[in-house]
Design a protein. Structure first.
Length: 256
């Protein structure tokens, strides 16, 4: 189906140094500009983020510091980019929560005046989630071909979860019927705390997964910025998160 457009639509995606909208930077932007008459123009720009690209990010998108060393900065391309997307509506995948806010931050840092709030935004991920709900009732319907009665009662939800898990093993031949395998497969990160604020790297060292030190080792941060530990203890974090960070602090203190 062809889109009915009044304005050009720019579908875009960003590769970045990380997921922190306030501090991370763009290393690559690719966008497809679709005009109301159906004409399509595609461009991809690789950018020097003017900061190191964390290894965790390079593992995801494959772009390293060496790859962008001779690339222009966002500031150098900002005016032309703004001209390209001026008057266009925007679309992406998870773009409302990440790509558009980060793009707006980059324009502000580059001192380029473009009011993205005047545009219309289409987030394909949101459409996906709204049309294909990711609830337990939806999972039960999809995998078990049944309607979940008494949804949100603990006993019914518990039984349904068990039935869905068994049906998943029946449906996907590549899923191993093994608890260790299923535990690893159903996790995106190796969390050091239950809230996922601290994760483990490949060397089993604790890494901040939030805030201004996201992607950095907890032990290193606590050495450089001891006040950050006090801020966390006074902050709205779970007791288990505070316990994990305290254990890191004590472990390094005892190793001195």
């Amino acid at each position: 189906m062809q889109l009915k457009l009044k304005n050009p639509l720019v579908i875009f995606d960003l590769e970045t140094t990380g997921m922190n909208i306030a501090s991370d930077r763009i290393v690559e932007i690719s966008y497809l500009k679709v005009s109301p008459n159906g004409k399509e123009e595609c461009k991809t720009l690789r950018l020097n983020p003017e900061m190191p690209i964390p290894p965790q990010s390079t593992e995801i998108h494959g772009i390293s510091d060496a790859d962008v060393a001779d690339c222009p900065t966002f500031t150098e391309v900002a005016k032309n980019l703004a001209k390209d997307i001026e008057g266009c509506d925007l679309a992406g995948y998870n773009s409302n929560r990440f790509d558009i806010p980060l793009l707006a931050e980059e324009f502000i840092r580059a001192d380029v005046d473009i009011d993205l709030m005047k545009r219309k935004f289409i987030d394909v991920q949101t459409i996906f989630y709204k049309k294909e709900p990711r609830t337990l009732s939806a999972a039960f319907k999809f995998y078990c071909d049944g309607d979940l009665e008494n949804a949100h009662s603990a006993e019914a939800d518990t039984r349904a979860t068990y039935e869905v898990l068994k049906a998943q093993l029946d449906r996907y031949e590549d899923l191993e019927n093994d608890v260790n395998y299923l535990s690893k497969f159903s996790s995106f990160n190796r969390n050091a705390d239950f809230a996922g604020r601290i994760v483990l790297d490949d060397n089993d060292e604790e890494i901040f997964n939030f805030g201004k030190y996201k992607g950095q080792k907890v032990a290193d941060v606590l050495k450089r910025d001891p006040g950050y530990y006090g801020w966390i203890l006074q902050g709205d974090f779970t007791l288990h998160t505070k316990k994990v960070i305290t254990n890191v602090k004590l472990k390094n203190f005892n190793n001195k």
